[in-house]
Design a protein. Structure first.
Length: 208
């Protein structure tokens, strides 16, 4: 059962932008501060949204928060691959704590369908792009775009967007502006994937 308090918290952030997250608070204390600036979805280059979906959750528009096929593949791989959807990552980042814990995963699995029922897919992705970490202490796509490329999120090119998406989910060990060969290859694959999901309709749920 989902408590009334949890439901209210989900409803509240469906229209109020989260001012911070538990992980941001933790990192802010550790680093002595962090960079963050919220931008609305309309102020983010559409190719950036498509790039993170292509990188993290290509079937984002086709599932209700839990990608059962990805979970099955992860189980078959013995846990060596991830299965978290963007919706699950939003629940973890906004409401819960980081780290491996069966309790956290259970709460995450319960809350994710609620988020999907209350928030639009566009809102989920907007929150994701504003709370995800792109470098140590660099949170949100607007600050990341300036940090790496000295542009606003609205002006990101397909290559820049793909490189930002390519640093996920390991932003502390990867760089979008000084990419390794691995990041270049991953970014090229992401750029192709972003174009594909635009062409085949898998971006329709968050693009207007």
């Amino acid at each position: 059962m989902i408590s009334g308090t949890v439901l209210l918290a989900v409803i509240f952030y469906s229209f109020v932008n989260p001012p911070t997250t538990p992980y941001m608070v933790s990192e802010g204390r550790r680093l002595g501060g962090l960079d963050r600036e919220w931008v609305a979805m309309d102020e983010i280059a559409p190719v950036m949204a498509r790039s993170v979906v292509a990188a993290e959750d290509a079937n984002y528009c086709l599932h209700w928060g839990l990608d059962l096929k990805a979970i099955q593949l992860a189980m078959e791989a013995g846990g060596s691959r991830g299965a978290s959807t963007i919706s699950q990552q939003v629940v973890k980042n906004v409401y819960l704590w980081h780290g491996r814990s069966w309790l956290r995963k259970a709460i995450e699995a319960l809350m994710t369908p609620v988020i999907e029922a209350v928030w639009s897919k566009r809102r989920i992705l907007e929150v994701y792009l504003n709370v995800v970490e792109f470098d140590e202490g660099v949170f949100g796509v607007q600050v990341a775009a300036r940090h790496y490329f000295n542009v606003d999120a609205a002006d990101l090119t397909p290559t820049q967007a793909a490189r930002l998406a390519a640093v996920l989910p390991s932003p502390k060990t990867r760089s979008a502006s000084n990419p390794t060969d691995f990041i270049r290859r991953r970014a090229a694959s992401i750029a192709d994937g972003a174009a594909t999901i635009q062409a085949d309709g898998r971006a329709a749920c968050f693009e207007g």
